[in-house]
Design a protein around this ligand. Structure first.
Ligand code: SAM
Length: 345
């Protein structure tokens, strides 16, 4: 009778991978390291300093992220609030840059920022091991930009941040612009020129009902089709092929290949079927969808002393229950209890 060798490697335990009940493999984790923000963008915040959620120690984010990486996460994006406000960020990036995925590769490590503090931090972040940044910028016209952020002088700070990031090699550099009809939809054509002149990827994002106030209506959303038509009237757009199935942006370039435009259309052309993403909030809760009605207190379990195996099992089980899709625009849609700044965009 054959006896199993005691040194034979254990068969791979595929039950401890992040797969949801709809068959989607989850390999992308967004981690909010603070829900504080130095901007009060009119479409995101009410302007009042609302309740803030607790922040974890940097070492605790690291412990939790390591558990996710041990279960197959390959991409980690640090976000907030405004992540550059967070003490200990550089140390966190250094530690994350040393982690390896289950395939032995470095993590795909990125960060989303409003760019206000990036002029000073781009080079240290790159040296710490950060690969890419996405900068949020909702207008290329300075007065319009500052009407949105409600912070005087912010446009030139962000522009300096974008240029510092490019010089530091935090590339490809993506600029995210949330379009709202009547607020900044006059910026579409200017952004197309900006993409070409600054050699950045500009991505327009449809506005989702995740604001602190009550601004969202279907009419305020500028849909993908309209953006493509409007840019096309000034400069023809050439579609680019998707790089992976879970890519959220439809990508376009121009006939001379200079400049890239992406359009992320979660409202008019939802991509939930290809979603590969989950979130960890600044207070250590798992959110399996931006629009989840429930949160899963991973940090609470860690603080209560659960060991890594129990915590990993909890992550696997939680992600198995990921929602099939969002219900924006449908009668049964319920706005989540947290807004984007408190979830981590
Ligand atoms: N402070 C960082 C920043 O500005 O990028 C990270 C957090 S911010 C919440 C992340 C992104 O979410 C930003 O690009 C912001 O424009 C976007 N965002 C905020 N509210 C949104 C909404 N209701 N719909 C779509 N995007 C939104």
């Amino acid at each position: 009778m054959a006896v199993a060798s005691p040194i034979a490697p254990a068969a791979e335990d595929t039950t401890r991978r992040l797969i949801d009940s709809h068959g989607r493999v989850i390999h992308d984790l967004r981690v909010s390291v603070t829900d504080r923000c130095n901007y009060k963008c009119v479409y995101c915040r009410t302007g009042e300093l609302g309740a803030q959620y607790p922040e974890l120690a940097i070492a605790d984010y690291l412990k939790l992220i390591k558990l996710f990486v041990g279960l197959g996460i390959e991409k980690v994006r640090i976000t907030g609030g405004e992540p550059l406000l967070r003490n200990g960020l550089i140390e966190l990036i250094e530690e994350l840059a040393n982690l390896r995925t289950l395939n032995g590769n470095p993590l795909d490590l990125a960060l989303t920022t409003n760019g206000h503090l990036l002029d000073k931090l781009a080079a240290p972040l790159k040296a710490a091991g950060l690969q890419r940044v996405t900068v949020s910028m909702d207008a290329v016209d300075a007065p319009t930009f500052e009407r949105i952020t409600r912070v005087p002088g912010s446009f030139h700070k962000v522009l300096a941040g974008i240029r510092a990031a490019r010089d530091a090699g935090l590339t490809p550099l993506k600029i995210n612009c949330v379009l709202l009809r009547g607020f900044n939809d006059g910026e579409i054509e200017g952004f197309a020129r900006f993409a070409r002149e600054e050699d950045v990827v500009v991505r327009f994002i449809e506005f989702m009902p995740l604001e602190e106030g009550r601004l969202w209506t279907p009419e305020i959303v500028v849909p993908l089709k309209e953006i493509v038509e409007r840019i096309g009237r000034v400069m023809p757009l050439v579609p680019m092929p998707a790089r992976e199935a879970s890519e959220t942006a439809r990508r376009y370039t121009f006939p001379d290949g200079v400049g890239e435009i992406g359009i992320i259309a979660p409202v008019s052309q939802a991509f939930c079927g290809a979603c590969s993403r989950v979130r960890l909030t600044s207070d250590g809760k798992i959110r399996t969808c931006l629009f989840s009605q429930v949160e899963h207190d991973l940090y609470g379990r860690m603080r209560a002393g659960e060991n890594d195996t129990a915590l990993s099992d909890y992550i696997v089980k939680t992600i198995y229950g990921k929602e099939a899709r969002h219900h924006i625009g449908e009668p049964e849609f319920l706005k989540p209890s947290r807004s984007m700044v408190h979830i981590g965009g």
